[in-house]
Design a protein around this ligand. Structure first.
Ligand code: IMP
Length: 427
């Protein structure tokens, strides 16, 4: 397996967890390079369902090295909770198989609190964040007031820096948001104690991944969220605070961009979004409700109902272009079984003009209208199909139309949550 990047090509929740788990079989090192516990990667193994937020999906395969690289925003509480949760279910998790970057930024209690208070402050203009402290942590990173994992391990340095940071945050919490400030000493004690439990996992993950590549090891970079939530390329300000595609790997994993040999996007056969912000092909109607019901489209991190709509080839085409994808994987095709017809948009109309490119110069997508094509549906249950030729003709017709419109080869299709429910794209 060449050094591979797998990322979400929509607004997140594309089913990356399952595909990464599958691809991880052939990898030696699996790397998360951005985001944090805002992600929710679901992997089903037999009758067991795992939802991973921070730890790479490769952890379910013994003998692999799983890396949380410097670009990830690490909540030590969530990290340890996840480690313990996996151990309780018999998954081996130790400092050999799981590495945490010394230079990853730490999410503290105040980041989570400020994330939630800022959302309240924004009112109607809220982003609809997961409330996990992601934005405030990355904001502190950019403002150079954050603390990194290595800083947390250095007790006296940590106390000095955290004391200074908290003094300012507490003023914000109290005077702007009118809430009770956090107890400074309590926070210092709590986080310095947590630091000791992190220590066995901590190291220079950039050096580790680069050395692994040099030694010919197979590396898989696991993107979280999706390209349309990318802080630079997505629907700003309704985005997450990191670079979600292959574009985030160089900085987020301290791994040279030219070392990435294969790039794969993941997209559902329809489209969903959680939180606020533009979503051109949204079906806020009984069709969207039916997709939500058939696809069980509720957030794996927050439980929120996802907004649902038809496939948007304009967005996916753009997402694949941004990361230079070699191809893509279609997930949740089974969810569309039973619809009398299915639709997809490959072009938008704006001010009377038709266009196929993503309208990046229209950040709110005002006046942008998707132009749909309709395709005959299929009624068969396709969850047991394992060969492309065995799919109903209508399903193949739909898939091939998506492939044509997106303009990049489909490598595989997924027809259910289980590891085995995949179909290689065949003739
Ligand atoms: P944040 O990442 O919690 O700051 O949330 C920013 C936006 O990204 C919100 O619209 C969230 O719903 C969305 N988001 C964050 N993580 C995920 C994810 O893993 N799947 C889908 N949406 C996400």
């Amino acid at each position: 397996m060449p050094t591979t990047s797998v990322f979400g090509a929509q607004w997140g929740d594309e089913g990356k967890g399952k595909l990464i788990d599958l691809l991880a079989r052939d990898a030696d090192v699996i790397v998360r390079y951005q985001g944090g516990a805002n992600a929710g990667h679901t992997v089903v193994v037999g009758s067991e369902k795992y939802v991973l937020h921070l730890i790479p999906s490769g952890i379910l395969h013994p003998g692999k090295v799983n890396v949380i690289a410097n670009g990830v925003a690490v909540d030590p509480l969530k990290f340890l909770e996840e480690v313990e949760g996996l151990r309780a279910r018999g998954v081996r998790v130790d400092g050999n198989g799981l590495k945490l970057s010394a230079t990853a930024h730490v999410i503290f209690e105040h980041h989570r609190l400020i994330d939630q208070l800022s959302e309240r402050w924004r009112g109607e203009g809220r982003i609809g964040t997961t409330g996990r402290g992601i934005g405030p942590c990355y904001a502190d990173k950019a403002a150079r007031t954050g603390l990194r994992v290595a800083d947390l391990l250095d007790n006296s340095y940590c106390r000095t820096r955290l004391r200074a940071a908290l003094a300012e945050k507490n003023a914000l919490i109290e005077r702007v948001h009118g809430e009770r400030p956090l107890d400074l000493e309590g926070q210092l004690d709590r986080y310095t104690a947590l630091a000791e439990r992190l220590r066995p996992f901590v190291g220079d993950t950039g050096a580790l991944v680069r050395a692994a590549a040099k030694a010919g090891k197979r590396i898989l970079f696991e993107g979280a969220q999706g390209a349309m939530l990318d802080i630079d390329g997505g629907t700003y300000p309704f985005v997450t605070s990191s670079n979600t595609g292959a574009n985030g790997i160089a900085a987020g994993a301290s791994f040279p961009a030219r070392g990435i040999e294969r790039v794969i996007g993941i997209a559902k056969a329809y489209c969903t979004r959680v939180g606020e912000g533009p979503f051109p092909t949204e079906q806020d109607n009984p069709t969207g409700e039916r997709i939500r019901k058939q696809g069980n489209e509720y957030g794996s991190t927050t439980g929120r109902p996802r907004r649902c709509g038809w496939f948007d080839a304009v967005a996916v085409r753009y997402a694949l272009e941004l990361s230079g994808a070699d191809g893509w994987i279609v997930t949740n095709l089974d969810v569309l079984s039973g619809f009398p017809s299915v639709q997809a948009a490959a072009r938008y109309r704006h001010e009377g003009q038709e266009r196929r490119d993503w309208p990046a110069e229209l950040p709110r997508l005002d006046g942008v209208e998707p132009l749909y094509q309709s395709f005959p549906g299929w009624t068969e249950d396709i969850t047991r199909v394992r060969k492309y030729a065995d799919l109903p003709a209508a399903a193949r017709n739909y898939v091939e139309a998506l492939e044509r419109e997106v303009g990049a080869p489909i490598l595989m299709l997924s027809v259910g949550p289980e590891r085995e429910q995949v179909i290689p794209r065949g003739p």
